[in-house]
Design a protein around this ligand. Structure first.
Ligand code: FES
Length: 103
């Protein structure tokens, strides 16, 4: 595992999410009033991007079919998919967003 700088905190407005290419992997950074979260930018249902999905509290809704995923652990709600989306530990250092991931 390596600590990787993804973006500055100011690059992501509160209440939004944005994808970044990290070593060829699309990682979604979600900034909410509950914290900053990192997860794979790929829904576990039909493998579509989660970027741009609406968020509420600690959840993101897939833009395509609406499955709700918990940003903390990637777990889904409902019956469309039972597979989690992989999440990555986030650290904030000064104004930088760092994630711990395998490169
Ligand atoms: S692709 Fe995300 S819920 Fe279907």
């Amino acid at each position: 595992m390596a600590s990787v700088r993804v973006a500055a905190l100011g690059d992501i407005a509160m209440g939004t999410n944005r994808a970044f290419d990290i070593g060829g992997r699309s990682i979604l950074i979600a900034r909410t009033t509950h914290g900053v979260f990192a997860l794979d930018n790929q829904c576990s249902h039909a493998l579509q991007p989660l970027e741009g999905g609406k968020m509420k509290a600690v959840h993101i809704f897939c833009p395509l079919h609406g499955v709700r995923f918990d940003l903390r652990d990637g777990s889904p709600t409902g019956n469309i998919t039972k597979m989690c989306v992989r999440t990555w530990p986030v650290t904030l250092a000064d104004n930088d967003i760092l994630i711990e991931m395998e490169l």
